[in-house]
Design a protein around this ligand. Structure first.
Ligand SMILES: Cc1cc2nc3c(=O)[nH]c(=O)nc-3n(C[C@H](O)[C@H](O)[C@H](O)COP(=O)(O)OP(=O)(O)OC[C@H]3O[C@@H](n4cnc5c(N)ncnc54)[C@H](O)[C@@H]3O)c2cc1C
Length: 253
């Protein structure tokens, strides 16, 4: 892979949430522009080889640094190396950002409700969107649904509150809804497709999903994305194509 497509950036901070989840920030070169929801391609040198992976940007497009939220995959070519990251380390960053999981993909006029449904690190693009004032101005009701296996994996909960306090500017109809699939005592603990099909998610969200009023974005585990898409379609929602339709998705593998 040609190194010319990349700039070299410095790691500024590392935060470890659990043994297999961490976040990091790095310098942002002036040429690196992105829209909330897009992903960067990050590289690390493993021996002589540059190993590159896609990473959704957590930061807002207006931030001076770039933040990312990462899984550690045991034996993963990228993350088994990335997990040892330390402040001051150098990473490669491809000069352009990619991806269509952005609010710009929806044609205006926008409907009133935005649902952001994430599993695990699939939360990242939604944190970026929620740090954009435009998101809060564009939708009357916003629901952020974050599905993890255990409560220890519920990263960023305090930051979500901070983001709301900073960016919502009086927006009064936002709900953060955690789903914890391996903890039967959690208020919501079934998989997202089940919670959609049986109406539980709408009940807890105090909001109906409707073909005329809803935009819904899905991000993370491809099995969740696929099954959730089907559950949404069964409710009459349709895939977004060329700006029209309710559902847009991003698979992480
Ligand atoms: C558009 C896009 C955006 C992405 N954004 C992020 C992000 O913000 N944060 C992030 O951690 N990953 C993200 N990924 C996944 C990331 O690119 C890598 O797959 C991940 O870093 C693991 O790399 P690896 O080489 O260690 O393992 P890989 O060989 O890439 O993956 C091995 C296996 O690990 C599992 N896996 C991969 N990624 C994840 C994950 N995120 N969560 C749980 N299991 C996973 C899958 O079973 C996969 O088959 C994104 C992928 C895409 C396509």
């Amino acid at each position: 892979m040609s190194l010319e497509k990349f700039s070299q950036e410095t790691v500024l901070s590392v935060h470890r949430w659990t043994n297999n989840l961490f976040s990091f920030t790095m310098t942002r070169p002036a040429h690196f522009k992105f829209s909330a929801g897009q992903f960067a391609r990050i590289g690390i040198m493993v021996g002589e080889e540059l190993v590159v992976r896609a990473y959704s940007v957590v930061s807002s497009p207006f931030d001076e640094t770039l933040e990312f939220f990462s899984i550690v995959v045991p034996d993963g070519a990228f993350t088994s190396n990335l997990q040892h990251l330390q402040v001051g380390d150098q990473l490669y960053l491809e000069k352009v950002a990619y991806g269509y999981l952005t609010l710009a993909r929806y044609q205006k006029p926008l409907p009133q409700d935005l649902w952001l449904l994430a599993t695990g690190t699939g939360l990242a693009p939604f944190l970026s969107m929620l740090q954009d004032f435009e998101t809060w101005k564009s939708y009357q009701q916003i629901r952020l649904v974050y599905s993890v296996r255990t409560s220890a994996e519920l990263a960023y909960v305090d930051r979500i509150q901070d983001i709301y306090d900073t960016f919502a500017e009086g927006h009064s109809d936002f709900k953060f809804i955690p789903v914890i699939t391996r903890e039967p005592d959690a208020q919501l603990h079934e998989r997202l497709p089940v919670l959609i099909a049986n109406g539980e998610l709408e009940r807890v969200a105090e909001l109906k999903m409707d073909v005329n009023t809803t935009h819904v974005m899905l991000c993370g585990n491809p099995e969740m994305v696929e099954d959730t898409k089907e559950a949404l379609k069964a409710k009459g929602l349709i895939m977004n194509r060329r700006g029209e339709g309710n559902i847009s998705v991003e698979n992480y593998w």
